[in-house]
Design a binder for this molecule. Structure first.
Ligand SMILES: *[C@@H]1O[C@H](CO)[C@@H](O)[C@H](O)[C@H]1NC(C)=O
Ligand SMILES: *[C@@H]1O[C@H](CO)[C@@H](O)[C@H](O)[C@H]1NC(C)=O
Ligand SMILES: *[C@@H]1O[C@H](CO)[C@@H](O)[C@H](O)[C@H]1NC(C)=O
Ligand SMILES: *[C@@H]1O[C@H](CO)[C@@H](O)[C@H](O)[C@H]1NC(C)=O
Ligand SMILES: *[C@@H]1O[C@H](CO)[C@@H](O)[C@H](O)[C@H]1NC(C)=O
Ligand SMILES: *[C@@H]1O[C@H](CO)[C@@H](O)[C@H](O)[C@H]1NC(C)=O
Ligand SMILES: *[C@@H]1O[C@H](CO)[C@@H](O)[C@H](O)[C@H]1NC(C)=O
Ligand SMILES: *[C@@H]1O[C@H](CO)[C@@H](O)[C@H](O)[C@H]1NC(C)=O
Ligand SMILES: *[C@@H]1O[C@H](CO)[C@@H](O)[C@H](O)[C@H]1NC(C)=O
Ligand SMILES: *[C@@H]1O[C@H](CO)[C@@H](O)[C@H](O)[C@H]1NC(C)=O
Length: 875
């Protein structure tokens, strides 16, 4: 039964034939409404040979794919199984043409599970730099390291989670709850990674906003008895204006792959949701690369192929089952006619085009020189099967000089939240460092698997989005070195629970006490101190609040440094006059101590801006993680009733006070804003796209003789649990092993699923233009303003361009542009940003297109989302 369509999918109506039933408002009580429903969108769009930026890659892919047999195409699309070889995921190889197995490897901030690699700052810290150049350089450096290890596809960057709820466990892997900031970070990271020769993977698409209930097995392990994963129920407008937005930027930047999610969207699984994959990603936004499943997020064979999935990862139905929804089943599906040739050809084309687009070649593919499963030099090549013992790790050092870049990003991503004059430090007489977060993990920085603990200073969160530290500079080390250099007295107490000793130290004459505190978060498969990925609360860990309150009651020059994945509640102490400075140092990566020292001592004048809002209470955010199943044993339902109003958009709408608003951050100098000018450009009218695609192309031929598909010979070196494209015998049904074998496409696929005829283009789509209708990117306005450094130190300012779209349903302001500008004391520089048609448009659900509403609109330029120094009506 599973191979056809699971009951949940049928119930979801994703494959229903008729017009969908109207959906009740999402905020209805669960038991009173029908479950949210996802409309069918078929057929799956095929690649466009003329797509801008993809023409060469398409030609190369065409030349390659046209030579392939069906078995070879299946090999490209299907992972060889969990632990089958060295990487976290690998495809089958094509030995006949010299194509090695492609290596998919985590993750967004480090090459996971290997050694002699760097650990970069997390996405959230990169976002805080508001610096496109640093975003690009980090992407490039990550790409170089991945390339040096033999990785084909690097599994990042992350725009899902976007950060709907601050408690979300993996928010730090992504950038910011603001879609424009995240979109720019996505695009720069994608360009950097792919320029370095590795395919990037925009993930997790989409609605993967919390860890709880993302996987059935994981949830059951925690005692939640659910039968299907969480359904993220997101309305169309919110999808376009918020969650989809940064993925579109990644598509426009040419991203080669997108990872679909564990969760459901409107009760249809993310990796077989035709609305998400066929309609939004490929049809509307012209995505030309390939969609790969998250690990075990695939639940069907032919149905997921028809809904737009192109690569099955890691290939087995569940880890180490030795069975696959694809592999032999995909071979059979093409042979028995349930999957048309054009669809498997399109999968193969998309995969090979992404490979070529990133500059890779079949002739000199880097060999994979590490094993994700062990750091031992020798071991089984086929890890899960324990077979083929040989050298599997070459311990290649790929760090280059990335430590310098890491230090710079983390320093520039550190946000100065409060400073009453104690900073920058200038040869302080006596420095007292307090807190476990200033010191080392007593068992070493890599002692907890996938960083699944909170010991010592926090460099990054936990989960698959991590890597092994080559070293981790602690604040204690770096600050002590600086103190010695300056001739300052220096003492540190690297504990949170030592009130007697701490009091004795910090209450001494002339103490500058720097207290380090943290909160942590990570991925759902690891439970750290009761946090099943998502944070249980927004307070500091290890009684950090008590520590700060104690120290500041004993010392009138207390500086607080926070390492955290997002906001923490500072309400109880942030305005204490003895607390003379507060810094958010995010998740800085391996140069942790050096970066914070640079900022505290003014070697770097702080210019980080908070990429999220610091609310007074947890409730004030208006959104939260769903911690308990709310639909019996069925899929928990998470209705995004807040729409686009997350983070600052929510606080502004509620007119609620905040501690520190989105975009806020201090400098050691001051800036003045003046002279806002808006220039309007003559651009043509918006023309909805019309016309049709080509008909679905096919590449090469395949034999219809079943004998050509069985395992090549008796001597074939079959590896236990390995996923192959071959059949066990010419008996198709028993080779499949599917109890339901024999169902025709008409019996289980929606109409048009296999229709390869020319298809109408959507008005919002861009014929040959990835990223939607090209007119959306027409530059309609140029906005300029003058920024003057009115202080005594050189510094960087981050002017921000906000827009009010004017409608009663629109947020008070939305970010639309920013820049980081270096300004010398007394100097005046010009800030310049543009507004595209997309920037001034809203999603019109009725016309299924972007529209500029008639409401009068306003432009703001300011130093944060609430310090809008300049404003002007949009002409
Ligand atoms: C084909 O898929 C079905 C699930 O739909 C699975 O039970 C079967 O084992 C698969 N066959 C192979 C050869 O992996
Ligand atoms: C989910 O349902 C809402 C409400 O009908 C709809 O606007 C939206 O497009 C649907 N999304 C998906 C992915 O099906
Ligand atoms: C498929 O991939 C496997 C594993 O890399 C390889 O052994 C096999 O030869 C490939 N089959 C074909 C037909 O290329
Ligand atoms: C889980 O729920 C199912 C019903 O969906 C029930 O049959 C099963 O007994 C439950 N298991 C546990 C451990 O409660
Ligand atoms: C390490 O971290 C774990 C979990 O975060 C905690 O329970 C334990 O007490 C810590 N151990 C040390 C030695 O700090
Ligand atoms: C919040 O969670 C952390 C980590 O689990 C825990 O140490 C802390 O005590 C919790 N705070 C409150 C107020 O419960
Ligand atoms: C500030 O610090 C001094 C010690 O320097 C202490 O006497 C005083 O109570 C503190 N004030 C507050 C508000 O904590
Ligand atoms: C702290 O208190 C001392 C002694 O009363 C005083 O000299 C000093 O200026 C105070 N420092 C701050 C930062 O208020
Ligand atoms: C195919 O053969 C292999 C090796 O004998 C066996 O492990 C597997 O279960 C067979 N597959 C099916 C679907 O019977
Ligand atoms: C074709 O093969 C697929 C994959 O094994 C299977 O699910 C389906 O039932 C088969 N259909 C027919 C008509 O043989």
């Amino acid at each position: 039964m599973k191979f056809a369509i699971p009951l949940a999918l049928l119930a979801s109506g994703n494959l229903a034939l008729a017009t969908p039933e109207p959906v009740q408002p999402l905020n209805h009580q669960l038991h009173k409404r029908a479950l949210a429903y996802s409309e069918p969108h078929y057929p799956s769009p095929w690649m466009d040979s003329k797509a801008i930026g993809w023409e060469d890659a398409y030609e190369k892919a065409k030349a390659f794919v046209s030579q392939l047999t069906l078995l070879e195409k299946v090999n490209l699309t299907t992972g060889i199984g969990w632990g089958a070889e060295q990487c976290v995921g690998q495809t089958g190889a094509i030995p006949r043409l010299g194509l090695k197995s492609m290596c998919m490897q985590d993750a967004p901030l480090a090459i996971r599970g290997t050694d002699y690699n760097s650990v970069f700052p997390a996405g959230v810290t990169v976002a805080a730099t508001f610096d496109r150049g640093l975003m690009y350089r980090r992407g490039y450096a990550l790409g170089e390291e991945a390339k040096g290890k033999g990785v084909t596809v690097l599994l990042g960057p992350v725009a899902g989670p976007l950060g709907r709820a601050p408690e979300g466990g993996r928010n730090w892997e992504g950038f910011s709850p603001d879609p424009v900031l995240t979109g720019i970070a996505m695009a720069e990271t994608v360009r950097g990674t792919q320029d370095a020769g590795v395919v990037a993977c925009a993930k997790h698409f989409v609605g993967n906003e919390q860890e709880h209930f993302r996987q059935v097995g994981e949830a059951r392990g925690y005692g939640y008895n659910i039968s299907e994963t969480l359904s993220s129920n997101i309305d169309d407008k919110t999808m376009h204006e918020l969650y989809l937005w940064p993925f579109v930027d990644a598509i426009r930047a040419g991203v080669g792959s997108v990872m679909c999610v564990y969760t459901q969207a409107n009760n249809s699984y993310g990796c077989q949701n035709s609305k998400l994959l066929n309609n939004l990603l490929k049809q509307e936004n012209g995505f030309q690369g390939f969609v790969m499943s998250d690990w075990q997020a695939q639940h069907t064979g032919v149905a997921s192929a028809a809904a737009g999935l192109d690569m099955s990862m890691p290939g087995d139905t569940v880890f180490n089952s030795g069975r696959s929804y694809w592999g032999a089943n995909l071979t059979l599906a093409v042979l028995n006619g349930t999957l048309p040739q054009w669809r498997i050809d399109d999968m193969a084309m998309r995969i090979m085009a992404a490979f070529f687009k990133a500059g890779q070649t079949v002739e000199d593919q880097e060999p994979i020189n590490f094993s994700f499963w062990t750091l031992d030099t020798y071991g089984p090549l086929h890890w899960a099967a324990g077979k083929d013992y040989q050298q599997i790790n070459w311990h290649v050092d790929v760090q280059g000089d990335h430590g310098t870049l890491i230090r710079e990003i983390a320093a520039r991503g550190t946000v100065l939240l409060k400073n009453t004059g104690s900073l920058p430090l200038d040869k302080p007489k006596f420095v007292a460092i307090i807190g476990e977060d200033a010191g080392p993990n007593p068992f070493g920085p890599n002692s907890c698997p996938d960083r699944g603990c909170n010991n010592g200073t926090l460099g990054i969160g936990w989960g698959s989005g991590t890597g092994n530290f080559p070293y981790l500079v602690t604040p204690d080390q770096a600050l002590q070195a600086r103190a010695v250099q300056d001739g300052s007295r220096y003492e540190s107490i690297l504990r949170n629970h030592a009130p007697t000793e701490i009091k004795a130290l910090v209450s001494q004459q002339d103490a500058t006490a720097i207290v380090f505190v943290n909160a942590n978060a990570g991925e759902g498969y690891i439970n750290v101190e009761g946090n099943e990925g998502d944070r249980l609360n927004l307070t500091l860990w290890k009684e950090g609040d008590a520590l700060v309150k104690n120290v500041s009651s004993w010392c009138n020059n207390t500086i607080v440094v926070i390492h955290s994945p997002g906001p923490v509640l500072l309400t109880e102490w942030y305005d204490n006059p003895n607390i003379t400075a507060i810094l958010w140092a995010g998740m800085p990566g391996q140069e942790n101590g050096n970066s914070i020292t640079d900022v505290l001592y003014g070697r770097v004048n702080p210019s980080g801006r908070t990429p999220f809002t610091w609310g007074a209470t947890r409730e004030s955010y208006g959104t939260d993680v769903l911690y308990e199943p709310n639909n019996g044993n069925e899929a928990p339902q998470q209705d995004y009733t807040e729409g686009v109003f997350i983070d600052y958009r929510h606080f502004d709408k509620a007119d609620a006070p905040v501690l520190y608003e989105f975009g806020y951050g201090l400098s050691y100098t001051t800036f003045n804003y003046s002279n806002l000018k808006i220039e309007k450009h003559e651009v043509g009218e918006y023309t909805p796209t019309t016309g049709q695609t080509e008909q679905a192309p096919t590449f090469g031929n395949f034999s219809e003789n079943v004998e050509d598909y069985v395992f090549p010979s008796e001597e074939f070196p079959y590896v236990y649990q390995f996923i192959y494209p071959y059949l066990n015998s010419t008996a198709m049904s028993s080779s499949s092993g599917d109890a339901d074998y024999g169902k025709t496409a008409e019996e289980f696929l929606p109409p048009k699923a296999n229709d390869g005829s020319a298809q109408p283009l959507l008005p919002s789509s861009g014929h040959h233009h990835p990223g939607g209708n090209p007119a959306l990117y027409d530059i309609m306005y140029t906005v300029t303003a003058d920024i003057t450094n009115t202080g005594k130190l050189a510094g960087d300012e981050v002017p921000q361009l906000y827009l009010n779209l004017g409608g009663p349903e629109d947020p008070k302001v939305v970010l639309r542009g920013f820049d980081r500008l270096r300004v010398e004391p007394g100097e005046k520089v010009q800030f310049r940003a543009v507004l595209t048609r997309r920037d001034v448009s809203s999603w019109d659900t009725e016309n299924q297109d972007w529209v500029i509403t008639d409401f009068p609109k306003k432009v703001f330029v300011g130093s944060s989302s609430r310090k809008l120094e300049l404003e002007e009506v949009l002409p």
